[in-house]
Design a protein around this ligand. Structure first.
Ligand SMILES: *Cc1c(COP(=O)(O)O)cnc(C)c1O
Length: 462
């Protein structure tokens, strides 16, 4: 299996190389040269399997000869061992034909753990074999950073630096990043918003001297291995609800478009997905774009669903690549236009996107109201991101097709909004009940590339 860049200019890589590299050298994102297809029989055979075995069968065609079957099975087993729930990604029913896919039973209480715990084990196995080490740099609006720090803490071949927007993550998110004491993980509170953090990470990748000097690797949602890990729960949940014999729709609370893009891949692999509904908060660039209004950056407005406070949605580039019939030059052109504000999507590409994606946006008031009503009518306490999804799913729903809304975080990760909406304070799971007493380790840093690069050079183990 070879991987190609969405901008068509970077060298083709193997799975291992694409995983360790993250962003392609032409600024693009890696995608598989061919998307493997599972037959209806292959999909039916997933029925009743463990999450781990489902993960093995869905991901195996993508990893080529990077890992032998036994080793890959062990990596998957270690990745999901720390989850609280035996099903890993359990489904609960919310209303007639509307289900929640609970993706928050991992160590840091958000769906990011599915990809990050796997990627931690994949990196460790690959780097150990090469006798190599890397520096991982990531930007986070909260959940990616905590998931990465938990997944990589204590590993020998990796230093991790996470940039988060100072003052714009929840206290639980911040503490999950700042309380691990392992010397190879570093939380950096940057002045600016999430888009600034993401832009500085991109700058570091485009500074080839720095990139090669510290052996930079990325685990943001642009990393193909993360998208791949997220494809699995579309299969496990759809099969539980009757696939391949029945179509299923999904509503996905969306920021960087990684999670919902994994659904797109699942559909291309043959999973009978009817609609993929992109749910945004008031930062609605994706909704506007899918609505035909072009992809134009606005100002990021802080919300009660901060992990979706994004204007530039990195993984949308992958969707555009397919919508433009894998034309790297066209994607490159669009990304150039984006630098000066935005672009319009061609008619053909809009049509291609609309074959799969619907969208909606949810206001802050609607989010709070949805938390309240979901507790009252479905007996589920949901986080604000999940509420954005549930609100849109209820509107977008075709009653004849089961709808699965992805519950992307545990309500206890966003206690202030949940309590404001419902009057109920969501307790942390027992294993992290002392989170508020642990001491914090964090560096406040300026939104300045040179300052950040110097800090990293000064803090990596050599
Ligand atoms: C990251 C995140 C999202 C958005 O996911 P993307 O893959 O960036 O679209 C939604 N909800 C929560 C809780 C998250 O952590």
């Amino acid at each position: 299996m070879k991987y190609i860049s969405t901008r068509g200019q970077a060298p083709e890589l193997t799975f291992e190389e694409a995983m360790l590299t993250g962003l392609a050298r032409d600024g693009g994102l890696y995608v598989p040269a061919e998307i493997p297809v599972m037959s209806a029989d292959d999909i039916a055979a997933l029925g009743g399997l463990s999450y781990e075995e489902t993960a093995f069968r869905v991901m195996r065609p993508y990893i080529g000869d990077t890992f032998a079957d036994d080793e890959f099975r062990e990596i998957i087993a270690r990745a999901y061992d720390g989850f609280d729930h035996a099903a890993r990604a359990p489904l609960v029913q919310l209303a007639p034909n509307h289900f929640l896919l609970e993706l928050f039973h991992g160590p840091t209480l958000a769906f990011k753990d599915f990809a990050m715990q796997l990627i931690g084990q994949l990196f460790e196995a690959a780097l150990k074999r090469r006798g190599d080490r890397v520096t991982i740099v990531g930007a986070t609006s909260g959940d990616t950073g905590s998931a990465a720090i938990d997944a990589f803490r204590g590993l020998e071949a990796v230093d991790v630096f996470i940039l988060y927007p100072h003052g714009r993550v929840s206290e639980v998110q911040r503490r999950q990043m700042t309380t691990p004491q392992d010397s190879n993980v570093h939380a950096l509170a940057m002045d600016g918003d999430f888009d600034d953090c993401q832009a500085r990470v991109k700058d570091m990748f485009n500074d080839f001297e720095f990139r090669d000097g510290v052996k930079l690797a990325g685990v943001n949602s642009i990393n193909w291995a993360r998208v791949l890990a997220q494809v699995v729960y579309y299969f496990s949940s759809a099969v539980s609800l009757g696939a391949p014999y029945r179509k299923i729709s999904f509503t996905v609370p969306t920021g960087n478009f990684g999670d919902v893009f994994a659904g797109y891949i699942a559909k291309q692999m043959g999973l009978p997905i009817d609609r993929l509904v992109v749910a945004t908060n008031q930062n609605d660039i994706l909704h506007r774009c899918l609505n035909g209004e072009g992809y134009f950056k606005g100002q990021t407005i802080p919300s009660i669903s901060p992990s979706m406070d994004i204007q530039v949605s990195s993984n949308f580039e992958r969707a555009l690549f397919y919508a433009y019939d894998r034309d790297g030059a066209a994607v490159s052109q669009l990304m150039d236009e984006l630098k000066s504000g935005g672009f319009n999507v061609s008619q053909g590409a809009m049509q291609a996107l609309r074959e799969t994606f619907d969208s909606g946006c949810t206001s802050e008031a609607e989010t709070l109201a949805t938390i309240r009503t979901t507790l009252a009518t479905g007996a589920e306490l949901i986080c604000p991101h999940t509420a954005v999804g549930v609100h849109i799913a209820e509107q977008a729903r075709d009653a004849s097709v089961p709808m699965v809304t992805l519950a992307t975080a545990h309500p206890a990760k966003f206690p202030a909004a949940v309590e404001e909406a419902s009057g109920v304070h969501p307790p942390l799971p027992p294993r992290m009940s002392d989170l508020y007493e642990r001491s914090e380790r964090v560096t406040r840093i300026a939104n300045d590339l040179a300052v950040i690069e110097d800090h990293i050079k000064g803090h990596i183990a050599t």
